[in-house]
Design a protein around this ligand. Structure first.
Ligand code: 13P
Length: 255
């Protein structure tokens, strides 16, 4: 997908003002320089996307949105579409984040519509899957992840499959400081890749898989050491440009 071995994406969630964004991106650009050695993506809230695109133009930092609606235009009050994000200059969009699934009732069928709309509009969807603590404790991790993959990603056509990125984010590891054991994350990452290959054959071979859930500079390397993990989706630690840049630098040294 990318020419780098690793992709590091920062999900700011509902954080940030215009002035903070200016300061943040100014610092991040200085810390990373012209060749960060990894694909770098920041995903601010909708209100900051235009500013983020403008401030990162000509730099190696790409901008992604945190969600979108699947229709292109129409009477959908409060929604934002893929053509709008593309028009702004976004390159990525996070789809099916567990916070959207849990807090806003988003279903696999809706995630699938969003993935298709993103691809149709030349955006790269970062599709999130992951189990809750209860599901893990009941031994349901693979079943839940399989259902999310099948429900969110079936029916992709041709080379569309090669343009998606999958993020494995165990819900219990998000924002809790309790990151998954790297070996456990690898186990699920390998399962996801196997299932994607069962769905799409050889076309699924190049799909990048990210780990997300309490990633920080202190633990990033242990994930990147895993054979089926090609990067990270970082929440809390991405809010500090110094911590985010440290994560990217560790990825870059390996890449
Ligand atoms: P934290 O890194 O804050 O756990 O968040 C992970 C996440 O949800 C990224 O999308």
């Amino acid at each position: 997908m990318t020419c780098f071995r690793y992709l590091i994406a920062g999900n700011w969630k509902m954080h940030g003002t215009l002035s903070q964004t200016r300061e943040y991106l100014d610092t991040l650009k200085k810390l990373l320089g012209e060749d960060p050695g990894a694909e770098v993506v920041v995903c601010p809230p909708f209100t900051l996307l235009a500013e983020a695109v403008s401030l990162t133009r000509g730099s190696p930092i790409h901008v992604g949105a945190q969600d979108m609606f699947w229709e292109d235009w129409g009477p959908y009050t409060g929604e934002v579409s893929a053509p709008m994000l593309k028009d702004l200059g976004c390159r990525y969009v996070i789809v099916g984040h567990s916070e959207r699934r849990q807090l806003f009732g988003e279903k696999d069928r809706e995630v699938r519509e969003k993935v298709k709309a993103a691809l149709k509009n030349d955006l790269i969807p970062i599709v999130c899957v992951g189990e809750t603590l209860e599901q893990r404790e009941q031994g349901l991790t693979e079943r839940v992840v399989y259902q999310q993959l099948e429900g969110s990603l079936e029916g992709l056509e041709g080379e569309e499959v090669q343009r998606i990125i999958v993020a494995y984010e165990p819900v219990w590891a998000i924002g809790t400081g309790r990151n998954a054991e790297p070996g456990d994350a690898q186990e699920v990452a390998a399962f996801i890749k196997k299932e994607l290959q069962a769905m799409y054959g050889e076309r699924a071979l190049g799909i990048s898989l990210l780990y997300g859930g309490s990633v920080k500079p202190e633990n990033i390397e242990s994930y990147l050491e895993q054979p089926d993990i090609q990067g990270a989706l970082v929440g809390g630690a991405s809010l500090d440009p110094h911590a985010f840049a440290s994560i990217i630098k560790i990825a870059s040294k390996r890449g």
